[in-house]
Structures are given as structure tokens and as C-alpha cells.
Design a protein around this ligand. Structure first.
Ligand SMILES: [Ca+2]
Ligand SMILES: [Ca+2]
Ligand SMILES: [Ca+2]
Ligand SMILES: [Ca+2]
Length: 471
């Protein structure tokens, strides 16, 4: 058998790799990882052998694939680089887009973040629908909200659209009466244990439930088949705004099924009017496991709830709760509470440092970017006055321990950089600045979190809030 010792090729970003490939294994009974390499910029190369197709797979950046085809004696007979058709797409919303359906009908752009190229466009149905105001990835599917859509249940009932990763429409779901359905959506983890991630849709201003005006409601839909409803949870009291934010937190009670947390920023707790509360629910039966609350009135505690990964290294994922109107060290500085997913105990808090900056407007778990074994997260302040100017915005990267690792600043005055923030994979995040530039083209940045280098940027159309939502 011939032995191949190396192969050279250029990646999509122009780097030349010289990969040393061990000889193909004598025992071909299983597919295996032959090697895993990382270059100085954090780019990963995986070398795999696949018995069924008799090829060596070389994966660059974890999504571009190079195939080296071997003959029966181990000689290379062909090579090619390919990108999986649906892997590596990002959905970017521009909910004020004026399409053929009219003003503010909205639009979603689907880009490949591998090639950077526009793959598809999705459009709102009617003027004022604000299609693309929210976007969520769940499993390999995407949900897009049009919260101001007037449907069979009346004005501003809202509507949700579910797509494949390349933008093929799978189904739509109409909202309840005046529920602004689709204003907040998120993948919630696999709560019914069927192997498919499920989808949650919150209507925090819903009035028609058992508990009155703005009690709110949260619905969870199966990620499988025809997306049947799994749970419908009502807010506990008038004005609670239950379902404002929510997140899948993994399995906090150890029964093997994913659990989830839901906020009610208008809950009047022991710490005053609108102190806010976040509930952790058992994914099996939606029973309450525990709840946590804000420590002062009217700070929008629960504006954002996110899974930040396992930041205290106990093997269970943890979560953050933002209070962007918190008056901590200064007025409306903002505050983020970090909790243990296992116990609901407060681990620590982070405070904003600038008046009115609203620390915690968006949060994302981003994996272990500094590779110290503790998972890390990012927090935005869209009103931060930084080097770019007034309201340029910024995003801070924290190690799970709470130590600041890096800060990314918005480019110019009133960009509102950090309005949206989402992790694409374990080392890429996207950040939206929907008011970027004058006259507000909107811009979305893709950042490699291991190097903090920009990988891609996309710019939208004028005054459409391009980047208001990303996933
Ligand atoms: Ca499921
Ligand atoms: Ca569980
Ligand atoms: Ca933990
Ligand atoms: Ca870390």
C-alpha cells in the first residue's frame, strides 16, 4: 500500500495548508478522526477517513470540506473542495424594509457565512408586518416573526414562519388576539426528548388569558413533523409580561430532558413593583423547578434570559438574566445577573459603567473562547458612547469566571452596535448594528471569537433596520 504523507491546498480564505496525513488505517472497519489541527488564527482542520466512500475528508474552518479520493492501493486519484449546501447560513432581519408588499413589510436575507454570498431572500406579506423583527434557529430550522401581522385573529395578532436553513417555507402559525405573536422567539432545547430541538414563542403583551391585561403567554412547539404545540403557559398576574424572554438551559435537574427558563419583567416580587422574575421549568411537564427575582423595582429584570454555558464548571449549564435599566453604579447603566442552572443560586453580577448605556441589552453564550475549560459569554450595550461616538454601542466578551477578555466597539455615532448578538458556532458570533452609518444602512459583523478578528461584514439597505435580528 502506498503511503500519502502530505497534501497542500488553499482554503476559501486564501491560506495555504500543508496537511500531513497519516497512512490510511489497515483496519477500515470504522470511520475515524485521523488528525485535528489548529493554526495560529484559530482555524481548525479535521482529517477524517470514511470507509464507506473510501475518501479522506479534510474539513477546514469546520465547514468547508476537501475530499481526497484514494484508490484501492492508497493513491490519490482526485481532490476537490466543497461547501455543504445548507451548513453555515445566517439569517439577517430588516423589519422596516419597504418591499413590494409596502412600507415596513420586512425582509430576511440569508447569507452563507462560509462564502459570504447571499443565498436567498424572504419577504413579509403586508405593509407594517415587520417581518424579520425576530429570528431564531432551532435544530436545523429557522423561525421568523412578523409581530404586527394582521391575521385571522385580528390586528397585531402576529404570525410566525418556519423555514429550512436555505429558506424553504415549512409552515406558518398565526398568533392569538393582539398578541404580537413572534415578537420574541427562541430555540428552547429538546423539551420532549424526541431528538429535535423545540421552539418557544412569547407574547408578553397578551391580554386575553385568565389573568388579564399584559399577563402574557408562552407557547412551545415541537421541532418535529407538523410542529404541534407542546405547552402553553399563562402569566400569573395582570401586567407580569410573562414570556418577554426565555431560553433553553439544558438539563438542570438531571432527568435527561432539557429544561427552560421564562421571564416576567412586570412581576411584583418582594423587591417591589416590576422587580421582575424568571422561572425555571422542567422540560418534561412544565412544572416549576425554581424561580429567581430582581433586586429593585422597574429595572426590566428579565429583558433578556440566555444560556451562557457552564460557567461554574459543575457540568450543568448556567444562565444570565439582564436588567438593562438597572441603576447600579450609575443611572440606567444596566446589570447582568449570572445564575447556576443547577441550583438557581446567584453566582455573581456584572454592572454597566456608563449612564444610559443599558448593559445587558443582548447576551450570548459563545463557548470557551480562551480555552481555559470554562465557557464564556458576550454582553452588549447598544447605547455605549465609545471611540466611535455617541451611541456607537459595544460588545464585551467575558470569561465564564466574569473576567473581561475583550471589547468590540461600534464604528460610528448612533450605530447601536450590539442591538443583536448571536453565536453561529463554537467560535463565530454575529453582531448587528441596525443604525450603522448615515443614513442608517445597517451592518452585521461576523467575528471569530478565538482571534477577535472580523471574518465577514454585510451591509443592508437604507433605513430598513438591517441587523435588527440575526441567527
Ligand atoms: Ca423535541
Ligand atoms: Ca430536565
Ligand atoms: Ca454550571
Ligand atoms: Ca473560557
Amino acid at each position: 500500500m502506498k503511503v500519502l504523507t502530505s497534501v497542500a491546498f488553499a482554503s476559501s480564505e486564501g491560506r495555504l495548508y500543508l496537511i500531513f496525513i497519516p497512512p490510511p488505517p489497515q483496519d477500515l472497519s470504522e470511520y475515524k478522526v485521523l488528525n485535528r489541527l489548529t493554526d495560529s488564527t484559530g482555524i481548525e482542520v479535521f482529517i477524517l477517513f470514511d470507509k464507506k466512500t473510501s475518501v479522506i475528508l479534510v474539513s477546514v474552518l469546520a465547514f468547508a470540506i476537501m475530499y481526497s479520493v484514494f484508490d484501492s492501493e492508497g493513491g490519490v486519484t482526485g481532490k476537490q473542495i466543497a461547501f455543504p449546501a445548507t451548513a453555515g447560513n445566517v439569517f439577517i432581519g430588516a423589519d422596516r424594509y419597504n418591499g413590494s408588499a409596502g412600507p415596513d413589510s420586512g425582509r430576511v436575507y440569508i447569507y452563507s457565512y462560509v462564502s459570504g454570498i447571499l443565498q436567498n431572500n424572504l419577504y413579509g406579506e403586508n405593509a407594517g408586518d415587520r417581518f424579520g423583527a425576530s429570528i431564531a434557529k432551532f435544530g436545523n430550522k429557522y423561525a421568523v416573526g412578523a409581530p404586527y401581522h394582521d391575521g385571522p385573529n385580528g390586528v397585531n395578532a402576529g404570525k410566525l414562519y418556519i423555514y429550512t436553513a436555505d429558506g424553504q417555507l415549512l409552515t406558518t402559525i398565526d398568533g392569538l388576539v393582539a398578541s404580537y405573536f413572534g415578537a420574541s422567539i427562541a430555540g428552547i432545547g429538546d423539551v420532549n426528548g424526541d431528538g429535535f430541538e423545540d421552539l418557544a414563542v412569547g407574547s408578553n403583551l397578551y391580554d386575553a388569558g385568565p389573568n388579564g391585561v399584559n399577563a402574557g403567554i408562552l407557547k412551545i412547539y415541537s421541532g418535529r413533523g407538523t410542529f404541534p404545540e407542546i405547552f402553553s403557559l399563562d402569566g400569573g398576574n395582570t401586567g407580569d409580561q410573562f414570556g418577554y424572554a426565555f431560553a433553553g438551559i439544558g438539563d438542570v435537574n438531571g432527568d435527561g430532558v432539557a429544561d427552560f427558563s421564562v421571564s416576567a419583567p412586570g412581576d411584583d416580587g418582594p423587591n417591589g413593583t416590576n422587580a421582575g422574575r424568571v422561572y425555571m421549568y422542567n422540560g418534561v411537564n412544565a412544572n416549576l423547578i425554581y424561580s429567581v427575582g430582581g433586586d429593585a423595582p422597574n429595572e426590566m429584570y428579565g429583558a433578556v434570559v440566555e444560556n451562557v454555558g457552564d460557567i461554574d464548571s459543575d457540568g450543568v449549564e448556567d444562565f444570565s438574566v439582564s436588567a438593562p435599566l438597572s441603576n447600579g453604579p450609575c443611572s440606567v447603566c444596566g446589570e447582568v445577573y449570572l445564575y447556576s442552572g443547577l441550583t438557581g443560586n446567584l453566582l455573581y453580577k456584572l454592572f454597566g459603567q456608563q449612564i444610559g448605556a443599558g448593559f445587558g441589552y443582548a447576551v450570548a453564550g459563545i463557548g470557551d473562547v480562551n480555552r481555559n475549560g470554562v465557557e464564556d459569554f458576550a454582553v452588549s450595550e447598544k447605547h455605549w458612547d465609545g471611540p466611535g461616538g455617541f451611541d456607537a454601542g459595544r460588545v464585551s466578551i467575558y470569561d465564564g469566571s466574569g473576567t473581561s477578555l475583550n471589547i468590540l466597539d461600534g464604528e460610528a455615532t448612533s450605530d447601536w452596535y450590539g442591538w443583536s448578538l448571536s453565536a453561529l458556532d463554537d467560535h463565530h458570533i454575529v453582531i448587528g448594528a441596525p443604525l450603522y452609518d448615515n443614513p442608517s444602512l445597517g451592518k452585521v459583523y461576523m467575528i471569530d471569537t478565538r482571534t477577535m478578528l472580523g471574518r465577514r461584514v454585510w451591509v443592508g439597505d437604507m433605513n430598513t433596520f438591517f441587523g435588527v435580528a440575526v441567527a
